[in-house]
Design a protein around this ligand. Structure first.
Ligand SMILES: Nc1ncnc2c1ncn2[C@@H]1O[C@H](COP(=O)(O)OP(=O)(O)O)[C@@H](O)[C@H]1O
Ligand SMILES: [Mg+2]
Length: 271
């Protein structure tokens, strides 16, 4: 794990990676990416955890979990300090999921003024790792807002995976996104390892190639070589509570998320 960290941290001996899947724009493929990359990682035998930190709880739904004990979600962690380890759900896909819930939308209003709230998830993940002897990567599916929840995710993270959809408005948003991460890096006195992945790529649109050119210019080698195409199998699989590999293993979407995961593993982004 690459880390440039000036200050000593309480959980500095851990060996796994925590990855925030983040973009403050909605609909760019954060949840789709968290779902399919974490499942691809599970297929490689790496025992990942996925945390659904979005009040929309789309990741939880996409994993096919529609009913779980009220109180066993990320909200209980923020509201009552319930340990994360006891709330992990083993999914058929081999990913252990920490479910989200609509209650998460209250966290900003209830806890924004609590001193130390933004480091709470980092501590919670460190305790979870110790209790469960977790060794695989931890993926956090962020919500499209820079509030208490996303700040918690970024402070807990070693690296940030940024899906950017191949359209004009998404491209406009990356400047704001970079500024937000730069400010946070200065505050935390450490750098995030960043990777940007182009999603929803449609080669028939001339705009898509232009977006790619601009992202290459801006991010250089931090832009993944793998692009995720616009593909109906990726849009439909959550409806069946499935990842794209079990729903449509030969689809272009499955091919691309397999390739993206291999690229991220082989370049040491997580492991
Ligand atoms: N590559 C893709 N091809 C087709 N549909 C996609 C693709 N990526 C995401 N989608 C669909 O677009 C919508 C938004 O994606 P989602 O992953 O939920 O974005 P976010 O989490 O950033 O809001 C969802 O309906 C999803 O199924
Ligand atoms: Mg989402």
């Amino acid at each position: 794990m690459r880390r440039r960290c000036n200050a000593p941290r309480p959980d500095a001996n851990r060996t796994l990676s925590v990855i925030a899947v983040f973009n403050q724009k909605g609909g760019v493929g954060k949840t789709t990416t968290t779902l399919n990359v974490s499942v691809a990682v599970a297929k490689r035998g790496l025992a990942p955890v996925a945390i659904d930190l979005d009040p929309q709880a789309h990741l939880t739904l996409a994993f096919g979990i529609r009913a779980f004990a009220k109180g066993d979600s990320c909200y209980s962690f923020f509201a009552e300090g319930k340990p994360l380890a006891g709330m992990l759900r083993q999914t058929p896909q081999g990913v252990r999921l920490l479910p989200g819930s609509p209650d998460l939308s209250k966290v900003d209003a209830l806890h924004a003024s609590d001193a130390g709230i933004s480091g709470k998830l980092r501590q919670g993940i460190a305790a979870m790792i110790e209790e469960t002897q977790q060794r695989g990567p931890v993926f956090i599916d962020c919500c499209p807002m820079l509030g208490v929840l996303t700040l918690n995710a970024l402070i807990a993270a070693d690296s940030v995976l940024i899906p950017v959809s191949a359209d004009y408005l998404s491209l406009q948003g990356v400047h704001r996104l970079d500024s937000a991460l730069n400010v946070l890096e200065q505050r935390l006195k450490r750098k995030f390892v960043r990777r940007v992945v182009i999603t929803r790529y449609d080669a028939r649109r001339r705009l898509a190639a232009g977006v790619q050119e601009e992202l290459v210019r801006r991010y250089g080698s931090n832009l993944c070589n793998t692009r995720i195409v616009e593909n109906v199998a990726l849009a439909e699989s959550p409806m069946y509570g499935k990842d794209v590999f079990s729903q449509s293993p030969a689809s272009p979407g499955a091919r691309d998320y397999r390739a993206l995961t291999e690229e991220l593993l082989s370049t040491g982004f997580f492991g």
